[in-house]
Design a protein around this ligand. Structure first.
Ligand code: 13P
Ligand code: ZN
Length: 269
């Protein structure tokens, strides 16, 4: 079957990164059933032939008006689709959408009429904000990492930067590779516009945010980099749990050691 990816190696490379990440999410146990979603702004790879492609779906509302998305195109995981299936067949378990000129609705253009993720309001609101800021970030990843979600069932870790400081203190790399830490968003209904609004606000200060008792949402230049930020945070949670299982409370790196990291690596916090 002809695909939008055929003879477009740069676009295919971006979608293949999503597929590779989807496989990792499944292997890690973070992607039960249809859990999680990924979207990527692929507008830079859109040529005239793509612009001329007809819609293969009805126009559907996004749920918000997002002026910076005018003329943009996104690859989106399909709603109810499995990450483990997307890993092998990204264009049967996701689709490319075009934002219409009203900036409030979209159509699917390729390869199949796969309905985008139910978390589209959050993903597209965040992409709108990234463009408005002139950010180089093009990908957003939502997933259900077991240990990080478990932490949000304890009120202490919902306080600002308590989880961030604990996670940073477990191993130097976590602060180096997730330097803005983990923002916390109190529980909101999945796929709601309220969740989208809260996600946008929290991403002003963080690259990875936690949806309480649900999962994380991360942004970065591509799907692989967004995954890496979540992966280093969850690794820290695993180190913490390993220490507790060995029967002690881990010391963690000292504030002085973490400050030294910030200076050495020129980190923002
Ligand atoms: P979708 O299958 O609609 O992408 O939803 C999965 C999910 O994790 C919702 O938060
Ligand atoms: Zn989810």
């Amino acid at each position: 079957m002809n695909s939008i990816l055929t003879n477009r190696p740069l676009l295919a490379a971006e979608v293949n990164k999503v597929a590779e990440v989807a496989g990792y999410l499944w292997q890690k146990g973070w992607a039960e059933r249809n859990g999680g979603n990924i979207t990527v702004n692929i507008t830079e790879y859109v040529d005239e032939a793509i612009q001329a492609m007809p819609a293969i779906s009805e126009a559907k509302p996004i749920g918000a008006t997002l002026p910076h998305l005018k003329g943009c195109y996104f690859y989106c995981k399909g709603t109810n689709k499995r990450m483990r299936d997307l890993a092998r067949w990204p264009m049967a378990n996701g689709s490319v959408i075009r934002i219409l000129d009203d900036c409030a609705s979209y159509v699917i253009i390729a390869d199949q009429p796969v309905q985008p993720t139910s978390e589209l309001p959050s993903h597209l609101s965040v992409h709108n904000q990234l463009i408005a800021k002139g950010s180089p970030y093009k990908a957003s990843v939502h997933t259900h990492p077991i240990e990080l979600i478990a932490m949000t069932h304890c009120p202490k870790y919902l306080e600002k930067d308590v989880a961030t400081n604990l996670l940073w203190s477990m191993i130097p790399e976590t602060k180096a590779f997730c330097p803005r830490g983990l923002g916390i968003i109190p529980y909101k209904l999945p796929s709601s516009v309220e969740l989208a609004g809260a996600t946008m606000r929290e991403l002003e200060d963080y690259d990875v945010v936690m949806w309480e008792k649900h999962g994380v949402f991360a942004v970065d230049v591509d799907a692989m980099a967004a995954f890496d930020q979540i992966d280093v945070l969850n690794k820290s949670a695993l180190i913490y749990i390993a220490a507790k299982n060995m029967g002690f409370e881990p010391d963690g790196m000292s504030q002085l050691q973490m400050q030294e990291m910030s200076v050495a690596f020129n980190l923002p916090k």
